[in-house]
Design a protein around this ligand. Structure first.
Ligand code: 13P
Length: 263
């Protein structure tokens, strides 16, 4: 049975002064057996969140929102995978905001993924189409191209052993309040597994968690988790609100129980 994962992407919110409190409150409100929880704060807040969770709830993992594709060097302002040791155990790669703002390509994202795996970080690989691409009927082609660009040449067994999670985040649904339908998200999740198969990752496709992200709230989470092919959520704006996270993870707990993961 596939793992159920709820990951919080805090994006460029919180400071080292307030991040620990938010992490503690979120952890306390989201204790659901069988649900893997991850909080991804900004880099300067990783230590504060890690320290808060170490005492409040060590079951909640800490993730970074990005990582560089080189190990060290003259890259002002960048953070490499080895630098995250002791600070994070997960990392988001290929978020659409980085594709948009930092011009990240699928090939670069693939190298970042490789660095994450080498460093023992669990990667969350984000894929998703733009609105015009969906309207042109190209959503699946775009996501397949992104997966192929990032994963071709990677070792499937090694990447799978690192715990790769795929997050389908249609760009037009991010921060817009306009979410995909559960049926669309499920269809894309199936397409993701088919394209993993086509890439030669078939042995791992069925077991790899696929999350939905894009305006997820406690109100609409049921739409996604009612779909057997969706394994959780990557939550942006709502992840800054403990009430919202409580509702989202509670619904994920129902899925975990139905899958026999709750122990
Ligand atoms: P929102 O939940 O704010 O739409 O953001 C989604 C997202 O980008 C998570 O990575």
């Amino acid at each position: 049975m596939r793992e159920v994962v709820v990951a919080a992407n805090w994006k460029m919110h919180t400071t080292p002064a307030d991040a620990g409190d938010l992490a503690r409150t979120t952890a306390a409100r989201t204790r659901e057996p069988g649900v893997t929880r991850v909080i991804c704060p900004p880099y300067p807040c990783l230590a504060a969140v890690g320290a808060a969770l170490a005492t409040a709830d060590p079951d909640v993992a800490v993730g970074a929102q990005n990582v560089h594709d080189e190990l060290a060097g003259a890259y002002t302002g960048e953070i490499s995978a080895p630098m995250l040791a002791g600070l994070a155990t997960w990392v988001i790669v290929g978020h659409s905001e980085r594709r948009r703002d930092a011009g990240e390509t699928d090939e670069l994202i693939g190298r970042k993924l490789g660095r994450a795996v080498e460093a023992g970080l669990r990667p969350i690989l984000c894929v998703g189409e733009q609105l015009d691409e969906r309207e042109a009927g190209l959503a699946t082609d775009v996501v397949e191209r992104q997966l192929h660009g990032a994963l071709a040449g990677r070792d499937p067994a090694e990447t799978n052993a690192a715990g790769l999670v795929i997050a389908y985040e249609p760009v037009w649904a991010i921060g817009t309040g306009r979410n995909a339908t559960g049926a669309d998200a499920a269809a894309m999740s199936d397409a993701i597994r088919s394209s993993l198969d086509a890439l030669g990752w078939g042995d791992f496709a069925a077991g790899m968690p696929v999350l939905y992200g894009g305006s997820v709230t406690s109100t609409n989470i049921d739409t996604f988790l009612a779909e057997p092919s969706i394994d959780g959520a990557l939550v942006g704006g709502a992840s800054l609100k403990p009430d919202e996270m409580a509702g989202i993870v509670a619904r994920a707990g129902m899925t975990a129980r139905a899958r026999g993961l709750a122990g």
